[in-house]
Design a protein. Structure first.
Lengths: 268, 329
């Protein structure tokens, strides 16, 4: 395995579903501390790539390394200890549990409590429960939901639920945070709050990979961007570079009538 | 949290004291017998609540685990003369192993498919007992299961059994309560709510599911071991699909996402089934009616109703005392 200074190293991932080539030899390197955006039209293979990185499905070829360690596929629970946590495109919370309980689950691997200690309510169980609760409350404070800790999740607004999912991922103490359309369904205020959170996390040293459809948000906060289309990487680089890339413009806007790309700028 | 724990502890102590004096107050052996039976069933429901209520793995085959517990311990006692406690431990190991086996399909199945698999398990156990005549005596059943000893005393009267069952149920309730109100309970609930999300947060979901099945089976196994010595006889008729359904009804009607619910539901339905003895044939019809009512109007079960009733009462009392203070000025 080649030594790589990057945090997340995606090497030649291909995946097909039946006759559909969802991903075709995708390689992406994400530097530590980056906010890396993965964009592309619907059906480009973004979520498939995320599902492979987080171990939900296995690729046909290729591998994913985090700080030089290859991650196992199709065993998602082994990824948190390696430092990968994610959020979902369509929020997946533990709906009938409280906000705090949801976030506490994120602490699962970091609080190895012996069963016997749990049964007798021993010092270890109490210690780890306290640690977990402190971490969970820190994560909640970070996303600004500390006062909602006791609420049942399904009673929260959509935007707040997204933040709970965020806090849950943070409680897992990841090195790499994968955000699948974090701004989907958020109103402008919530989006501004989200941007603050994401940039705040970058300052704290997290590496963030996000899929997003809101081009303005992506161009604003990402330090690097990969553009996928039909399972292929068509462009990569800084927001400025990607914005001007002819293939990207074609992928998003289509070819003009006379064979040249649409001349409007990158607004999608 | 702290205050809540204190109230919980206090109510546990009150329940324990009340429970300890019941046999002094209840002179009728018949009532004690019903209470003892309900105590045994409570163990099954506790295990069911951990499995179905917390983890979301609905089982309609718990009569199977119950039967394994009864037959393993009873056969060891009858044929090898092994004392009750040792036989019970073996029974727990065997039922735990059965739990692990039935957990294997549970890793792949969910919802109605899992329910069918557990129904199948319960029926397989019953049919084995019915047909493996050389060992299990088939339809004739086992008789003369020896009485247990405790510290040299033979446990024989209803009152003796009451205390034996009470101690086991108290211990079982305590363990279930600790498991449910800890990281483990939270993790099990997370699996019930969203397996995939739990898995992505680092929870080894399959391992937890197997553990939930094993724990639940062990509870039913312990109930079985007690049932054998308590009733002295066992036959396949005691462990039918109807019984599995009845256990599930107790769990749901009491409230399957709480530990108190298991106790409340079991005692209520066991009592009800005695009251309605004349209508025995319609037992499941009545249970079914109550079940539908519960699911629609009180999904948290009786325990949920009581909890919200308590809250309501506490609020009214607080208002009253506030009002009282105001009036006093």
């Amino acid at each position: 395995m080649s030594e790589c200074s990057c945090m997340l190293d995606i090497q030649g991932i291909s995946k097909s579903f039946g006759g559909l080539q969802a991903l075709d030899g995708i390689s992406i390197k994400v530097a530590p501390g980056a906010i890396h955006g993965i964009i592309g039209p619907n059906g480009a293979g973004k979520t498939t790539l995320f599902n492979i990185i987080t171990g939900l499905i296995g690729p046909d070829t290729g591998q994913v390394c985090i700080q030089g360690t290859a991650v196992p596929f199709e065993q998602p629970y082994k990824l948190v200890p390696l430092g990968i946590a994610r959020t979902f495109q369509n929020i997946r919370l533990f709906k009938s549990l409280s906000v705090l309980e949801n976030v506490l689950v994120g602490q699962h691997v970091h609080t190895p409590t012996p069963v016997l200690s749990i049964i007798v309510n021993g010092s270890k169980a109490r210690h780890w429960e306290k640690v977990a609760e402190e971490e969970a409350r820190t994560a909640l404070r970070f996303v600004g939901l500390e006062d909602k800790a006791g609420e049942i999740v399904k009673n929260l607004s959509y935007g707040q639920q997204r933040l709970v999912e965020f806090a849950r991922a943070l409680a897992a103490k990841p090195k790499v945070l994968l955000l699948d359309e974090p701004a989907a369904g958020m109103n402008p205020t919530e989006k501004a709050h989200l941007i603050n959170i994401v940039t705040g996390l970058q300052e704290k040293g997290y590496t963030i990979v996000l899929i997003e459809h809101d081009m303005k948000l992506v161009m604003n906060i990402c330090s690097s961007i990969t553009v996928l289309d039909h399972g292929k990487k068509i462009a990569e680089g800084s927001p400025e570079h990607v914005r001007k890339h002819p293939d990207v413009i074609i992928a998003y806007l289509g070819r003009g009538e006379h064979g040249h790309a649409g001349s409007t700028s990158s607004q999608s | 949290m702290g205050a809540n724990n204190e109230t919980n502890k206090r109510s546990m102590v009150i329940v324990a004291i009340l429970a300890a004096v019941i046999p002094l107050a209840v002179s009728s052996n018949y009532y004690l017998h019903v209470i003892n039976l309900a105590g045994i069933y409570t163990l099954i429901t506790l295990g069911l609540n951990l499995l179905s209520g917390y983890t979301g793995q609905v089982s309609m085959g718990h009569a199977g685990f119950f039967a394994v517990g009864t037959y393993v311990s009873a056969l060891l006692a009858i044929s090898a003369g092994i004392p009750f406690w040792a036989a019970a431990v073996v029974a727990l190991v065997v039922t735990g192993a059965c739990g692990a086996i039935i957990a294997i399909p549970a890793m792949r199945l969910s919802g109605p498919y899992l329910v069918l698999a557990t129904v199948g398990f319960g029926e397989i156990i019953r049919l084995i007992i019915l047909n493996w005549t050389p060992v299990t005596k088939g339809a004739a059943g086992l008789t003369g299961i020896p009485l247990p000893n405790f510290l040299g005393m033979q446990i024989s009267s209803e009152r003796d059994f009451y205390y034996l069952i009470f101690v086991v149920v108290a211990l079982g309730t305590y363990i279930a309560y600790r498991l449910a109100n800890s990281k483990i309970g939270r993790t099990l609930a997370a699996i019930r709510e969203d397996e995939l999300a739990a898995e992505t947060m680092g929870v080894p979901v399959n391992r937890y599911k197997v553990a939930a099945f094993v724990i639940s089976a062990v509870y039913a196994g312990m109930a079985g071991a007690l049932y054998g010595v308590f009733s002295g006889v066992a036959s396949p008729d005691n462990f039918t699909f109807d019984d599995s359904v009845a256990f599930l009804c107790m769990s749901v009607i009491g409230g399957n996402r709480t530990i108190a619910g298991a106790i409340i539901g079991t005692f209520m339905l066991t009592g009800l089934s005695e009251i309605l003895r004349a209508l025995q044939a319609y037992r499941l019809v009545i249970y079914g009616g109550i079940l539908i009512f519960t699911v629609i109007y009180m999904p948290q079960g009786l325990a949920g109703i009581m909890a919200s009733g308590n809250k309501w009462l506490a609020k009214r009392l607080a208002e009253l005392s506030l009002f009282g203070k105001g009036a006093g000025k």
